[in-house]
Design a protein around this ligand. Structure first.
Ligand code: NAP
Length: 371
């Protein structure tokens, strides 16, 4: 069939209410050569087709999408809209959940910008009947806050979640203060605004379903909440709060302690940074943004933390002993020679502590090979 290449597309500016994504050229059949009077110009109605992407009221697809979002979205109330609360809420919003927040500081401007409804009174917040109440307050303030919350304004089987960096402590507080009908999920996203700023993929998310009712809607609600972290690619780790605290004292508390020690020590970048040194600089960078309240909470409310701090202290002392022990041998050799006689020429002034240990080793006299 003979086809004309003539085609006309609509000018998007003439229809400003439509959003155009493509215009399609539609070929128009050429007049048949054997029809009478072919020389006479034939008039064809203009054919105009364009595709639009803007959602239309009759757009079934967008109706389905909205319906899906509504059925999978949760109304989440965040208590404690500080550093970590804000960080989490940005991710929750990406997953189309409705966000409400309460904090003792007034964050209404920031909350508005993010699309979070801010309440300065927990009574007003709880009257909105959130599906999930998420506690993101400092570890230290948790009990005082829980004692003040107006639980009677919530729906009877609200899900309570916490993200505190210690787990047995909030678990016990929840069991003590929450009404028995409430569900309890204790969680710890093992990353923060610094370590999780690019992506959460592969980062550990620890959770313990402390008390979730059997009804289908309660099980689903908990799964929907956990689904946020699953969809972000977190490594989901289900373990008891007790186990978490044992592991976390050995890893997280030690990490924070070393980060703080090195920050106090005053690490500085140099033009010849090794990879190992870069790791130390990153450690300081990752931990220095966290409040001292957070660090103190890790120490105070994880019963394994004190033991870890003592072990660190002992390890440091032991390393120092190894170093000074070796130096002592070198120094003896210098003083007494191989046959144990004192070499008077090599005798150097020493500074001794009251207990007799050397505190200013004469490093200039020690050769690199230790001889
Ligand atoms: P944080 O210093 O542990 O907690 C700050 C939050 O606690 C703010 O929302 C603050 O409210 C609130 N708060 C402090 N004292 C309060 C009091 N007396 N009464 C009421 N609210 C009080 O810092 P964060 O980094 O935001 O951590 C929040 C929680 O997330 C902590 O439990 C922490 O263990 C956990 N977490 C943090 C990270 C992290 O990387 N940062 C990672 C995992 C888990 P205002 O801002 O209104 O004062």
């Amino acid at each position: 069939m003979l086809l004309s290449s003539a085609a006309i597309s609509l000018n998007p500016q003439s229809l400003p209410f439509l959003s155009f994504s493509h215009s399609v050229s539609v070929p128009i059949p050429h007049p048949h050569p054997f029809l009478p009077n072919p020389s006479k110009p034939t008039h064809f109605p203009s054919l105009q087709i364009s595709c639009i992407d803007a959602a239309q009221p009759f757009d079934y697809e967008s109706h389905l999408k909205n319906h899906y979002i509504q059925s999978t979205s949760l109304k989440i109330a965040i208590l404690g809209f500080g550093n970590f609360g804000q960080f989490l809420s940005k991710a929750f919003l990406r997953h189309h959940h409705t966000l409400l927040a309460y904090s003792r500081t007034n964050y209404s401007d920031l909350a508005n910008q993010l699309g979070v409804s801010f309440y300065s009174d927990p009574n007003d917040l709880f009257e909105q009947h959130p599906d999930v109440v998420l506690l993101s307050t400092s570890i230290l303030s948790t009990e005082t806050l829980l004692q003040k919350l107006p639980f009677q304004r919530l729906r009877r089987n609200t899900l309570f979640v916490d993200v505190l960096s210690v787990k047995e402590f909030p678990r016990n507080l929840f069991l003590k203060y929450l009404p028995p009908d409430f569900d309890i999920l204790c969680t710890h996203p093992m990353f923060g605004p610094e370590s999780g700023k690019e992506s959460w993929a592969g980062l550990p998310f620890v959770y313990d379903k402390v008390r979730i009712g059997d009804e289908e809607n309660r099980v689903k609600r908990c799964d929907k909440f956990l689904g946020i972290f699953e969809k972000e690619g977190c490594r989901m780790v289900e373990m008891s709060c007790m186990e978490h605290d044992k592991y976390a004292a050995g890893s997280q508390f030690v990490t924070h302690t070393m980060g703080r020690v090195l920050e106090k020590f005053g690490l500085e970048s140099s033009p010849i940074n090794t990879k190992g040194y870069e790791t130390l600089l990153n450690l300081v960078e990752n931990t220095k943004g966290d409040s001292f309240d957070l660090y103190y909470g890790l120490f105070m409310y994880n019963q394994n933390a004190l033991e870890q701090l003592e072990r660190l202290d002992m390890a440091f002392e032991s390393i120092k002993k190894d170093l000074f022990g070796r130096l002592h041998q070198v120094y003896r050799k210098q003083l007494f020679g191989d046959n144990g006689e004192v070499d008077k020429k090599k005798m150097l002034p020493q500074k001794l502590l009251a207990n007799g240990s050397l505190i200013e080793p004469p490093l200039d006299n020690v050769r690199q090979d230790g001889s």
